[in-house]
Write a new protein. Structure first.
Length: 213
């Protein structure tokens, strides 16, 4: 026992000198951190599920468009589906149609909600879809450049946005056809003839060979 007036021995651990904390506070803090992390993971999982559903709906729309385009082969058209975008390792072309009325680069869109289609623009609800029009123009330009050596005029290549599940008559917006997938085949058949059968064969064969390699 220490003598009066002299300090006692130094203890390396003095719990009574620490900040006073209510019972269970440490466990509660860990629990809150775990709940915060769990909420973040749930949000991320929900976002991934929405993304998966979006791609699944897109794939179903592309399949429907492919089926609608199928009968065109009886009128001398050739079809390619899900092909790589020229110069890209990831972006793809939903449908490439080559026939007497030209070369058509088609992107199927499974858009929900109200669409506003006008000669000067395209909107899905309040969202301006001008970026999609621009992307289609760039894609068509890339294909035009690739076909120029074959003597194909620039007017022979047409970018198209096919609206899945919509019976929309064709509207030309900034050089891009916007048309319902249900009426697309009629639009291609009714377009003026721009290619001979020999040109069709010349254009299609290298596209087909490159897609299979």
């Amino acid at each position: 026992m220490p003598r009066p007036g002299r300090p006692g021995p130094h203890l390396p651990w003095a719990p009574w000198k620490r900040d006073v904390m209510p019972a269970g506070e440490s466990a509660r803090s860990v629990s809150e951190q775990a709940q915060t992390k769990a909420s973040r993971l749930r949000r991320e999982a929900d976002a991934q599920e929405r993304r998966a559903r979006c791609f699944e709906q897109g794939a179903a729309g592309e399949s429907r468009t492919a089926q609608l385009l199928g009968p065109l082969t009886a009128w001398g058209f050739y079809l390619l589906h899900d092909r790589r975008w020229p110069g890209s390792t990831s972006a793809n072309i939903d449908h490439l149609v080559v026939g007497p009325s030209g070369v058509f680069v088609i992107d199927t869109k499974n858009w929900s909600g109200d669409l506003t289609i006008a000669a000067n623009g395209l909107w899905q609800g309040q969202a301006d879809r001008g970026d999609v029009l621009e992307s289609m123009q760039q894609l068509a330009d890339s294909i035009r450049d690739g076909l120029a050596a074959l003597g194909l005029p620039p007017s022979g290549v047409r970018p198209v946005i096919a609206l899945d599940g919509r019976d929309q008559q064709c509207v030309l917006i900034r050089g891009v056809w916007v048309v319902g997938a249900e009426t697309l085949s009629r639009q291609l058949l009714g377009h003026s003839k721009t290619l001979t059968q020999g040109q069709v064969e010349t254009v299609f064969r290298p596209r087909s060979a490159s897609s299979e390699s």
